[in-house]
Design a protein around this ligand. Structure first.
Ligand SMILES: *Cc1c(COP(=O)(O)O)cnc(C)c1O
Length: 408
């Protein structure tokens, strides 16, 4: 249907969803590590990357780790999750938010999303606490760089004496009531994965204001060695520390955070004005409370403008109709011009791995009571658009043009 132009050839200039953007200082710090042989998990880059993360988030302590998932795993352990403990988790998120609960033998209970920010619905969280007053841990993610309803979530957690773990992997630099995400939980996590707004190629950080928590995380992440002159171990350890090479990339990248956010915001706003006449909405945020980092720009197609779409476990099909579209068609069309879109995260309670887990909407948990599943609806009608900060204005206009054509 759409011609593959050389401008969009896969080798010349594929438009990525969100790919790494290097600036120069990254190489300087990596080279420094190399030339001084500080190529291990100790060194100045680690110290400085941790300092920069504390500066950007306002957190007292940042522990540099091998990934955001490692940070979440240690956070779950630090929160004291034991086998069979229930942990109330965001449902509409990436699996890495919740997998660490299983690593520790915990039992995830999924909490539906709301439409205002696409994050954990505080009312559904409250429902879950009513059914499980003994639950002591909550993991809430900020999807696509948009802060969740943290004031309400914190209030619910507090009233039930639960520890809030904040998954800020996608929201580095986003603000909620002026406070950076990553400082809103008792323990928080950042990711330096290759497609995040700031990347070290990999890497992550555990954030906290509690020195004892930070010390524990650092110890566990370096195989839990005791301070003896031989290898003495009293606790289970992990090899989760960040390498000084990765830290060099991050040390060079982090100062560009606000520049990256400004670019992402431009992209979001250009999409917003480009699709304003279509039966779609951009991913929303609470304008009076939150300033997202605009990591990914997303679309939600109006219910009336959805053409029939079927998704099985592995494949999808749709039935094209005039003036209507669906994520499957949009993804196909983007692919045809060498632009990378992505489906919205498939809710955890729909994943074969987690299908037996409990799931709460604000109505309740049983299938009869549950009512509308907001996350499921966003998954069915939503799509992530190419949001790469190296995308040119012309490329983005082409993306907008092909999206528009789907609704003709
Ligand atoms: C990327 C991501 C993670 C995991 O981070 P890694 O550094 O890739 O391990 C966790 N949660 C969310 C929501 C993410 O998007």
């Amino acid at each position: 249907m759409f011609k593959k132009t050389s401008e969009f050839s896969p080798f010349a200039s594929k438009v990525w969803l969100s790919s790494p953007t290097m600036h120069g200082p990254e190489m300087k710090y990596v080279t420094e590590a190399y030339q001084t042989n500080w190529m291990s998990t100790i060194g100045e880059n680690i110290t400085q990357a941790e300092r920069l993360v504390c500066e950007k988030t306002g957190c007292g302590y940042a522990v540099a780790l091998s990934s955001g998932t490692a940070a979440l795993h240690l956070a779950v352990k630090l929160a004291g999750v034991k086998p069979h403990d229930k942990v109330l988790c965001s449902d509409l998120t990436f699996s890495a938010t919740v997998n660490p609960v299983l690593y520790e033998g915990g039992v995830p209970v999924f909490i539906d999303a709301e439409y205002d920010t696409w994050n954990m619905d505080p009312e559904a969280l409250d429902q879950a606490f009513r059914a499980h007053p003994e639950a002591k841990t909550v993991i809430a993610a900020h999807l696509y760089g948009t802060p969740g309803k943290m004031e309400e979530i914190e209030r619910v957690c507090e009233s039930h004496g639960a520890v809030l773990i904040e998954d800020a992997a996608e929201s580095f630099g986003a603000l909620y009531q002026g406070i950076p995400t990553g400082k809103l939980g008792k323990i928080s996590c950042l990711s330096g994965n290759g497609n995040k707004i700031i990347t070290g190629s990999s890497g992550g950080f555990l954030l906290t204001d509690d020195q004892a928590v930070a010390d524990k995380a650092r110890k566990w992440s370096t195989q839990s060695r005791e301070q003896a002159s031989w290898y003495q171990h009293e606790e289970l350890g992990y090899n989760y520390r960040m390498s000084n090479v990765i830290a060099g990339v991050l040390r060079g990248q982090i100062p560009f955070l606000s520049e990256h956010i400004a670019r992402k915001k431009e992209i979001y706003e250009r999409y917003q004005s480009g699709v304003q006449d279509l039966p779609v909405a951009m991913n929303p945020f609470e304008r009076e409370k939150a300033e997202p980092n605009y990591w990914l720009s997303c679309l939600l197609i109006d219910e009336e403008a959805m053409c029939p779409q079927e998704r099985g476990e592995q494949e999808a099909a749709y039935f094209p109709q005039p003036r209507k579209s669906c994520p499957t068609e949009l993804l196909e069309v983007l692919d045809s011009i060498y632009a990378e879109g992505r489906p919205i995260w498939k809710p955890m309670h729909l994943q074969p791995l987690y299908r037996k887990s409990e799931f709460f909407t604000r109505e309740g948990s049983s299938r009869e009571k549950r009512g509308k599943e907001v996350g499921t609806d966003i998954f069915e009608r939503g799509i992530c658009l190419p949001s790469d900060i190296k995308m040119t204005k012309e490329q983005q206009e082409k993306v907008i043009e092909v999206v528009k054509a789907c609704f003709q």
